[in-house]
Structure formats: C-alpha cells, structure tokens
Write a protein that binds this ligand. Sequence first.
Ligand code: UT7
Length: 319
Amino acid sequence: MYARIAGVGSFLPGQPVSNEDLVRRGVDTNDDWIITRTGIRARHLADEGCTSSYLGYEAAKRALDSADVEAADLDLIIVATSTPDFIFPSTACLIQEKLGNRGAMAFDIQAVCSGFVYALGVADKFIRSGSHRKALVIGAEVFSRILDWEDRATCVLFGDGAGAVVLEASERPGILATAAHADGSYNRILSVPGSVCGGKVIGDPFLRMDGQAVFKFAVKVLSEVATECCAIAEIASSKIDWLIPHQANIRIIESTAKKLGLVMDKVVVTVEKHGNTSAASIPLALDAAIQDGRLQRGQKIMLEGVGGGFTWGAVLAEY
Ligand code: UT7
C-alpha cells in the first residue's frame, strides 16, 4: 500500500510585491543586492486580516478539486505552519471547519521550513499503516506577520502563501521513501524568540537569523537527506526527474543540485516569484510544475526542506 499524490493545489494572496516596491515602502535595500544574493525578484504579502487558515483553505479546495475528492471523505488533515492563526485551536481544525469536514484527525506540525516534508512523512506513515485512507497535507504561512521591516537582512527574503496535497491509499506507487531529522542545538541561528505571557509579548516577536550559518547548514543537510532518501528507495539520484527543494535562496538550490549531480533543468525554482514562504514553498513549487506541464504522472520527484529548529527532511515520490 502506498500513499499516492491524488491532487495538488496552491494559493497566493494579492499581487506580487517587487524588490523595487519594497524600496518604495521604505526598506533600505536595492533590487540588485536581493537578486544577486538570493535570486528573489518578488513575493506575495497578505493583507492584514488574511490568515494562514484562509490561505490554506484556498489551497486545500484546489487540491481537493484536482484529486476529485470530497472534503467530507478526508480522514486526516495535517497543516504545517509556523504562523498559525491562534495559539490554539490548531490551524488544521480551523481549515477543517472551513472545508465542512467533521471527524477527521486534524493537527498542526511545527517544523518551520521543513514542516511540509515532515507532514507528508507523517501522513505517509498513517496511510501505509492502514489506519487512514485520505489525507490532506497543507503548508500555509503568513510570514510577513513575523518580519521586522527595519531588518533588511531578513524582511526582503520572505513571502506568504499556501500549498496543499491530497494523499490517497493506493496500490499504485506514490511516496517511495521519507527521511526527517532535527538538531535542536542549532535553535538560535533561526528563530522567533518571543512568547505571549500574561497578555504581553515576552522576548522578541520577530524573525531573527544568522544568515551565513543557516546558509552553510542548509547546503550540507539538503544534499545529505536527499541522498539518504534515494538510498532507502534504492534509486540513484540521477533517476530523479524533478528536484523540488525548499525555496529560500537560488544559491542554496544550485549548490544542492550540483552536489546531487542534477542539472538545473531538473530543478523546480519558484524563489524568484514567491520568495521564501517557509512551509508553503515546496507545495507551491510542486503545483507550479504541475500547472505549467513540466511534471507528468509517473515521474520521480524529490521534495526536500530545511528550516528552524534546526529541522530537515526529504520525500521521494512517484507522481
Ligand atoms: O528557510 C531557511 C531560511 N533562510 C535561508 O535559507 C537564508 C540563508 N542565508 C542566506 O540566504 C544569506 O546568508 C543571505 C541572503 C541572508 C545574506 O547573504 P550574505 O551573502 O550572507 O550577506 P551578509 O549577511 O553577509 O551581508 C552582506 C552585506 C552587509 O553589508 P556589509 O556589512 O558587507 O557592508 C549587509 O549589511 O549586505 C548587506 N545587506 C543588504 N544590503 C542591501 C544585508 N541585507 C541587505 C539588503 N539590501 N536587504
């Protein structure tokens, strides 16, 4: 029994916001720096009041349509997000209500930019065990809410959006291998080190990052975890049709592809249009490759992410 990708959908809020738009909004930056260092040309930013549950719901509807699955038939809903609507209830329960599903198991996963591959791995285990048959896995973020717009080293990097996948129990191949890891000793290099206590924000409610440390860590573990997944599935990395990595920085993506021996023609890149949308970036890129006709049924895809925690993981699947 496999967990097969039955449908994919995604959703981006509003119009693209270009690097020049950020300059016009008062950020002390320039188009050339952002493009050269990151590959980012634009991102989408949610209006005030637009939540992760709204973005996730819009992506979920599209994924359900493409899978031809009714929301009522889902028995598992997992949302990967670091920007939940509330402390509780989970964003998964809020999306469940919007979809009109009752009774499915629903919960959030917090693994920052690795959240979507963590969630796919968890859903895969539930389906393969036989306990669940139809899972909705969503990555949804409004990272713009946790950005310090005075910190030009971070605020230009991120964007908002959501992507979703419907997984179904199937005898036809789907997810072939998963791997996920964490090393909490790196928690300080990327964090939002604040909390709410007694009605006040304690600590710092904004994203803080040691960019160079994150860069080095990401390049190392992304190639390692993809190689680990290939070994589990006994597939050479040269057999991957599409590498769909977390979209943080074009230089991280290029160097990962090189280490895996993959030419950039086999890599799905959306970072230039979306920026880094954390847990949403992988399903957004997956959907982009389906929508433009590059990704075909039967092809092998490697999804992989790395993020705060530090966490990292990969999913090798036949689409
Ligand atoms: O999902 C995982 C999360 N994050 C990542 O994957 C990010 C990983 N890290 C990176 O992508 C890169 O480290 C960055 C893109 C964040 C930064 O690139 P860098 O080459 O490491 O630059 P830097 O931080 O060393 O900064 C170089 C210079 C500094 O100026 P000085 O001190 O050399 O004069 C910064 O002040 O660039 C300056 N700078 C900027 N200039 C214009 C930093 N941010 C900006 C900016 N616009 N937005």
